[in-house]
Write a protein that binds this ligand. Structure first.
Ligand SMILES: NC(=O)N[C@@H](CC(=O)O)C(=O)O
Ligand SMILES: [Zn+2]
Ligand SMILES: [Zn+2]
Length: 351
C-alpha cells in the first residue's frame, strides 16, 4: 500500500458519547467539539435523563460548557425506564431536541439501575417511538448472572433483539458498541432499520489488553473487550463500507480513583483522540478511503439527518498522549496514556 500522510474528510459525528455533568462536563466536552459536528449524548446521568424537560436542561448545560464559538450540536436522548410513557415520546419528538431513546437493561452497565426490567412491557412506548420516527438505542447485553459475561451480547440478540424485530417492525434500532461476530452478522442480515455503532477501542484491542502484565482497569468497559476473532469481525464490518455500521466512540470518562480501585467502573475515555484512533484502524486495514463513510455519512443517513458540509483534516504527525487530563475535581486517564498516536487533527472548519 502507498503511505498517505494526509486524510481529508467531511466532518464526522459521534453517535454514542458520554459527556457527564457539572465541572467534569466542562473538562471533556471540548475534546468532542474539536472533532465532531454532532454527537448523540447518552442520558445515563445520576439521576438519569428521563423527561424531555430534563434533556432540554442538560442540552443547555452542555452548550454553556462548550468552548467559545463552537458550533457543536448535542443531539439528546431519553433514558427509558419501566415508567416511560408514549406521551413522553410525543413530547420528545415535538421538542426537536431529542432524537432517540436509550434502552439500558437494568443493571447492565454504568448508571443503569433505573433501566428497564421488563422489555416486553415497553411495547407501547416502542410503538410510539416507531410512529414518531425516534430510533431505539440499545445497550445489548443480558443481565442474567448465569450467562457468562463474554456471552451476554449474543444471548441478548437471541432473547431480546430478534423478538423485538418482529414485535415492533419498522422501529429503527441501533445496537450500540457491538463487540462480537454474532452482532455483526445479526446487523448484516437484519432489516434496513437495524444498525450498529462500533467504538475505536473495540476495533483496536482484544481482551488480552485487560490482563497485559497485570490487571489494566483503563481497558475495562462494557461490553467487555472480546477475543481477537471478534475484533477482526468488527474491523471487517467497520471498514467494509456497509451503510449500517457507523462511528460511536462510547467515550466514557471516569475519575481515576473510581477506576483504580477494588471495584473499578466500566468505561474508557477516548474523546481526546477519537478520530485519530479510528484512522489507525482504517489505515491498518488499508481502508482509509472508507473512513469517511463510517465516520461522517452512514450515521447521519441512518438517523435521517443532513450530512455535514464542512471538513476535517488529519496529518501523520506523531504525538504522545498525556498520562492524565483534568476531570472536575479529579483526573481521567485517557486511552493510550503515555503512548504514541500516529495521526493528529490539524484543522476542522466550523459549520
Ligand atoms: N461503556 C461503558 O463501559 N460505560 C458507559 C456506559 C455504557 O455505555 O454502557 C459509562 O457510562 O461509563
Ligand atoms: Zn452501553
Ligand atoms: Zn456508552
Amino acid at each position: 500500500m502507498t503511505q498517505r500522510d494526509d486524510i481529508d474528510l467531511i466532518r464526522p459525528d459521534d453517535w454514542h458519547l458520554h459527556l457527564r455533568d457539572g465541572a467534569a462536563l466542562a473538562d471533556v466536552v471540548g475534546w468532542s467539539a474539536r472533532q465532531f459536528a454532532r454527537a448523540i449524548i447518552m442520558p445515563n446521568l445520576k439521576p438519569p435523563v428521563v423527561t424531555t424537560a430534563q434533556a432540554l436542561a442538560y442540552r443547555e448545560r452542555i452548550r454553556a460548557a462548550l468552548p467559545e464559538d463552537s458550533d457543536f450540536q448535542p443531539l439528546m436522548t431519553l433514558y427509558l425506564t419501566d415508567h416511560s410513557t408514549p406521551d413522553e415520546i410525543m413530547r420528545a419528538r415535538e421538542s426537536g431536541a431529542v432524537v432517540a431513546c436509550k434502552l439500558y437493561p437494568a443493571g447492565a452497565t454504568t448508571n443503569s439501575d433505573s433501566g428497564v426490567t421488563d422489555i416486553p412491557r415497553l411495547t407501547p412506548v416502542l410503538e410510539a417511538m416507531r410512529a414518531a420516527g425516534l430510533p431505539l438505542l440499545v445497550h445489548g447485553e443480558v443481565t442474567d448472572e448465569t450467562v457468562d459475561l463474554f456471552d451476554r451480547e449474543p444471548v441478548f440478540i437471541e432473547r431480546v433483539l430478534r423478538p423485538l424485530l418482529t414485535a415492533v417492525p419498522g422501529l429503527k434500532i441501533v445496537m450500540e458498541h457491538v463487540t462480537t461476530a454474532e452482532a455483526v452478522n445479526f446487523v448484516r442480515s437484519g432489516p434496513e432499520t437495524l444498525a450498529a455503532t462500533i467504538t475505536a477501542h473495540h476495533l483496536l484491542y482484544n481482551r488480552n489488553a485487560l490482563f497485559a502484565g497485570g490487571l489494566r482497569p483503563h481497558y475495562y468497559c462494557l461490553p467487555v473487550l472480546k477475543r481477537e476473532r471478534h475484533r477482526l469481525a468488527l474491523v471487517e464490518a467497520a471498514t467494509s463500507g456497509h451503510r449500517r455500521f457507523f462511528l460511536g466512540t462510547d467515550s466514557a470518562p471516569h475519575a481515576l480513583e473510581t477506576k483504580e480501585c477494588g471495584c473499578g467502573c466500566a468505561g474508557i475515555f477516548t474523546a481526546h483522540a477519537a478520530l485519530e484512533l479510528y484512522a489507525e484502524v482504517f489505515e491498518q486495514a488499508d481502508a482509509l478511503d472508507r473512513l469517511e463513510g463510517f465516520a461522517s455519512l452512514h450515521g447521519a443517513d441512518f438517523y435521517g439527518l443532513p450530512r455535514n458540509t464542512t471538513r476535517i483534516h488529519l496529518r501523520r504527525d506523531p504525538w504522545t498522549v498525556p498520562e492524565r487530563y483534568r476531570f472536575g475535581d479529579s483526573e481521567v486517564v485517557p486511552l493510550r496514556a503515555g503512548g504514541v498516536m500516529r495521526w493528529r487533527v490539524v484543522s476542522a472548519s466550523q459549520n
